[in-house]
Ligand binder design. Structure first.
Ligand code: TXA
Ligand code: MG
Length: 456
């Protein structure tokens, strides 16, 4: 029977639909309306609104997720109230359903609807108290819509599918900053559970093209709203405990959280690989695969002076030796080496490795819609790579600078990893950044997960 075919066999054709992130809706204002209370979708008949209607009715009726842009990364969204739809996320990503998922809401009305037990009849809401805990009010005021996820008590019985919370008593919620996402959710009429729209283990996607690279043939719809502004996922906080904690660093820095009443003493409750017990170098095969391109990633912890000067030539030599003995990547033996370099603040071009003059400078752009100016721009330069004495050519090198300040580093990070992978490099040397209490903490958290080796 045709409907029993596994989803892989029934090859889906994937469509990218461009949506202009403009005039898609507004927050209702008026005397009694709180600022983020109700999101109204525009009643225009524009092509973008029509696409959102199509995607929303697909989300309501189908069990295959839809990819859509948020300000952090592209999400793979499914109706969070339907188990079959939520299971579809895991099928598309090719990963087991172990982690709880973040749910996305367009406004506080929808969030309050989820906080209300499912057996409570609707009627006029005359709740004596607001179900959104007071501790979160200053955060919502300051950071929503935006890259912050808050943990809330899941009511009993809950409207959310059990697959969303992975058996926990809480759920994570956020209000994304793109009006595209808010209008899509509002039209669906249900919160969307959405992890990043990458294949399992890959870096998170920040353009519609990245999503297509990973999920072509596995999902039907990708909404393209241009490159994501922030570039790393949301910060996840738990304010239900005392003191409140950060569970995942992300787009909102811990320094910014601290400025809010009740959050002055917020603590970090996650650990990066390198802190968990000096991880470098990890044995091949023991590698923690996450946010990883195909190439081997070597991260330099630049808070240490020795790592600021550039790539240690012996790291390149070690890789060449490793490859010759089949340790690194057996299939690449005998080929010329292809090295990728991602620079942030201190490294000179090529990370200081010996190479020829750069041949060309290419700009790689994301697929921004005409309305969007904040296009991802990566400047990729190419040169011939020489050995330390400069006598012989050992391969080629691709150099990408992703900026000096932590916001632009976060913005370009996943894109740079993907671009170097697309060009088939064997190894990527990454200059880290300061692991301060800003978005740099998120950058370093993701890089430490992606790295096979950490130079510190
Ligand atoms: O920026 C983002 O947050 C992106 C975009 C698409 O919005 N979404 C995203 O979602 O990263 P997701 O579902 O992959 O995030 C799941 C992570 C979990 O690994 C965990 O860290 C945290 O969110 N989380 C969610 N629910 C939780 C809960 N009940 N308790 C503890 N952590 C939770
Ligand atoms: Mg992810």
């Amino acid at each position: 029977m045709a409907q029993d075919l596994p989803s892989k066999a029934a090859k889906i054709s994937t469509r990218i639909l461009k949506v202009a992130e403009k005039s898609l809706g507004t927050f209702r204002s008026g005397i009694d309306q709180e600022k983020l209370g109700t999101w109204d979708v525009s009643s225009d008949q524009s092509p973008s609104i029509e696409i959102l209607h199509e995607a929303a009715s697909y989300l309501k009726t189908q069990d295959t997720p839809v990819a859509f842009p948020t300000e952090t990364v592209y999400g793979l969204g499914a109706d969070a109230t339907r188990s079959a739809a939520v299971k579809g996320i895991y099928a598309a990503k090719g990963r087991p359903s172990d982690n709880p998922l973040i749910i996305h809401v367009p406004d506080l009305d929808m969030l309050r609807g989820i906080l209300k037990p499912a057996n409570e009849t609707n009627g006029v809401s005359n709740d004596a108290h607001d179900r959104i805990p007071a501790i979160y009010k200053p955060l919502i005021e300051k950071f929503w819509p935006g890259p912050l996820t808050i943990l809330l008590q899941n009511p009993e019985p809950s409207r959310l599918a059990p697959e969303v919370t992975a058996g926990l008593a809480t759920f994570g919620a956020r209000m994304p900053a793109t009006s595209l996402a808010r209008s899509l959710i509002k039209l669906t009429g249900a919160p969307l559970a959405a992890p990043s729209a990458n294949a399992s283990t890959k870096p998170s996607p920040t353009t519609a093209e990245h999503v297509l690279d990973d999920l072509d043939g596995r999902i039907e719809l990708i909404l393209d709203g241009g490159p994501c502004q922030v570039g790393v996922e949301s910060t996840v906080v738990d304010g239900l405990c005392d003191p409140p904690v950060v569970l995942r660093p992300g787009g909102v820095g811990i320094d910014e959280l601290r400025t809010c009443p009740g959050w002055e003493k917020v603590e970090k409750a996650y650990r990066d690989q390198s802190e968990a017990g000096k991880a470098a170098p990890r044995a091949p095969g023991m590698k923690y695969k996450h946010y990883s391109p195909k190439a081997r990633v070597v991260l330099y912890e630049t808070t240490l002076a020795g790592c600021r000067d550039g790539i240690h030539p012996e790291d390149v030599e070690a890789y060449i030796r490793d490859r010759a003995t089949g340790g690194a990547n057996g299939s690449a033996q005998g080929k010329m080496l292809q090295v990728g370099v991602i620079r942030t603040r201190f490294w000179k071009s090529a990370g200081g490795l010996r190479c020829s003059d750069f041949k060309k400078q290419e700009t790689v752009s994301g697929t921004a819609s005409a309305e969007r100016q904040d296009d991802v721009e990566l400047h990729v330069q190419q040169a011939e790579l020489y050995n330390t004495t400069g006598e012989s050519r050992i391969g080629s090198l691709l150099d990408v600078g992703i900026g000096q300040d932590t916001r632009s580093i976060a913005h370009g990070l996943f894109s740079a990893l993907r671009e170097l992978d697309r060009r088939g490099v064997d190894i990527i040397f990454v200059e880290g950044t300061a692991d301060n209490e800003d978005i740099g903490a998120a950058v370093m958290n993701r890089l430490r997960k992606a790295a096979s080796q950490i130079r510190s």
